[in-house]
Design a binder for this molecule. Structure first.
Ligand code: MP5
Length: 206
């Protein structure tokens, strides 16, 4: 199942990622500080959950080539968590003292449960989450101001190195046999991504 065909099967939903109000406001520099703080807290929880999912996927990989690709992503997550912690501390946030929101917990729980469905479904979910962030933050970079206070985050998810890694993961997706559940999985992931932006934008609470 080509990664491009999978993305095309949800082109309408996918197009809403780079035009989401949170993403647009981040690019324009008009995002209220409180909304960015909420994103920082919640994305920190996302990455905490995602790292456990990725580690499970390293274990599940069907061959050493695929395992090399996925294991190559783990180091970047340690750097991301360090960036969240230093930026959070600079903004007076106590990240560990917050709770993941219902949407964050729902999304990370969905990802962590995906390996139970097998490698094709779980790999599709992993690819969708990473590709969604690359596309959204690349849009921020393209539209955004060079002096944006969010530059370290923009650079992290729109960098050529991250883009190359997402393409490598897409190359693993290309090797999957087509199956209806892969389209279903990608659709769920993109809807979770949109919900995630909604939740941090409006400030979802329990
Ligand atoms: C990613 C993320 C990218 N950080 N947050 C959400 C809501 N979706 C995708 O994942 P990673 O592991 O930070 O590259």
């Amino acid at each position: 199942m080509s990664a491009a065909a999978l993305l095309a099967s949800h082109a309408g939903l996918w197009a809403r990622l780079p035009t989401h109000p949170f993403v647009v406001a981040t690019a324009e520099g008009s995002l209220p500080a409180g909304a960015f703080d909420r994103w920082l807290e919640q994305d920190h929880w996302f990455v905490v959950g995602f790292r456990r999912f990725l580690a499970r996927m390293v274990e599940l990989a069907p061959d050493e080539g695929a395992r090399d690709v996925l294991a190559g992503g783990l180091g970047a997550l340690a750097d991301e968590l360090a960036l969240f912690r230093s930026e959070g501390a600079g903004r007076g946030l106590d990240l560990d003292g917050t709770e993941p929101s219902p949407t964050t917990l729902g999304y990370t729980s969905y990802l962590q449960a995906a390996p139970v469905e097998g490698w094709p479904v779980a790999l599709t979910a992993l690819f969708g989450a990473e590709k969604a962030y690359f596309d959204a933050w690349s849009a921020v970079r393209d539209r955004g101001r060079a002096d944006s206070p969010y530059r370290p985050f923009v650079d992290n998810w729109s960098s050529p190195a991250f883009g190359d890694w997402v393409d490598e993961v897409g190359g693993l997706v290309d090797r999957l046999a087509p199956a209806p559940e892969l389209e279903l999985t990608l659709g769920r992931v993109v809807r979770f991504e949109l919900r995630f932006w909604d939740a941090v934008h409006v400030g979802e609470t329990w």
